[in-house]
Design a protein around this ligand. Sequence first.
Ligand SMILES: [Zn+2]
Length: 530
Amino acid sequence: MSSVQLYDTTLRDGSQREGVSFSVVDKLHIAQKLDELGIHYIEGGWPGSNPKDVEFFNKAQNLFLSQSKLVAFGSTRRPNIKAEEDTNLLALASAGVKVATIVGKSSGFQVTQVLETTLDENLNMIADSIRYLKTRGLAVFFDAEHFFDGFESNPDYALRCLKAAEEAGADCLVLCDTNGGTLPSEVTAATEAAKRITAVPLGIHAHNDSELAVANTLAAVSAGVSQVQGTINGYGERCGNANLCSIIPDLKLKVGIDCITDAQLVKLTEVSRYVSEVANLIHDNFLAYVGSSAFGHKGGFHVSAISKWADSYQHIDPAKVGNQPRVLVSELSGKKNIIYKAKELGLDLPLRGKEAQKLLDQVKSLESRGFQYDHAEASFELLVHRAKPDYQPPFELVDFMVVIEKKRRPATRKNLEEMLAEATVKVRVGKEIMHTAAEGNGPVNALDEALRKALLQFYPSLSQVKLVDYKVRILEESTGTESQVRVLIESSDGINEWRTVGSSTNIIEASWLALADSLEYWLLKQKIAH
Ligand SMILES: [Zn+2]
């Protein structure tokens, strides 16, 4: 099978996603990870457009990349000037990289309507810019912007743009579905047409506006492109770019193209999670291959089947992409589910027959009160431990009190009104009872602070544990006059993440239960590790 070069643009196109802003250090860290994954080209940014990217390329000189090549991105020269006078091209040439990608128009309509120049001048801009960068010793990839839309309305001109780039010495012609509206069959036809007129290797750059970026990329590969552009987790402007975390395993495990090694593929899930962490985005559980639910099983019937034959309900062995099967514990679960889940968590417990039934009854009863363990494995694991007669909890909650106050501040203060919360908690550790108080910007924050204050005296290492996400859901299906509130907390110690759940008719109590589970779970893990 033909070979494919992977080109990652997470650091440029990916950072265009709403809510994402990478610092220079973030970008350097991500580049290092992409190299470990075996990405061939890493597009670092647009040095001609912002000083942060210039700084990135300066600092990237000190990166040790075992196989990835750094690429600087820019555009063709502006109309009616010389290439060597274009500041954006000059910045590309002095970015300290060996490869540059320049974007240029390949849609006649875009040239006349948006660029407001002539079709011929655009061809000159493409050729001049590539020639200039080639004389400066760079390999040049040409991103043919709006290629598929251009091919649709004026195929002859779209292909002439590619030809101009080829004649100027471009090393790869990248066909871009810039607006993300092209269908796979159209990608195939246009790619085949491009292939007929040029001998230069082709690439594909697809956006996901029609949820087809991955499909379009695979269609282009089938039609003969050898460079695939995309981003980790599909991050990108609007609906995102083609998702390399899906494309890579698709190519390797389904199409049979060894774009990275088996060992590198095992890092895929880790890299996906790492990039979401750095981007400060919650990792999407439902991502194909790398999401934590990608190999999750909820139905008791499926669980019964996979405990007999692992592949009965999964399309690949999750270990190949560094993911793992996960059995969802829920109301649907049968006894087998509970036993399998406990085994998966590595719990050495007498969960046979009666015990498993008892635990299952307990899970069901808690779920009827609004607890849900699908996404709160840590709370589930605690339940299993608590079922053991000799389980000693690291601490026990005695009681708590929260006072909330809304105060008017003196007129000199910026915020005239301020919410203040103060919590006092009573916690038993061994034979001692700790009584502490703390303030916070809200009741949950105050509770968290007070609980930590009490426990830190016994468990100083608890300071590593941070709350990373807090979700509240009102459960409407509950009976009675008060609605049930479920709180899901995600915590991290910088290495591992875990999720706990609390449920009550009172939001503070629900939070308190989830919070206490989070800390208890971590302390339990520490105890088991030592
Ligand atoms: Zn793009």
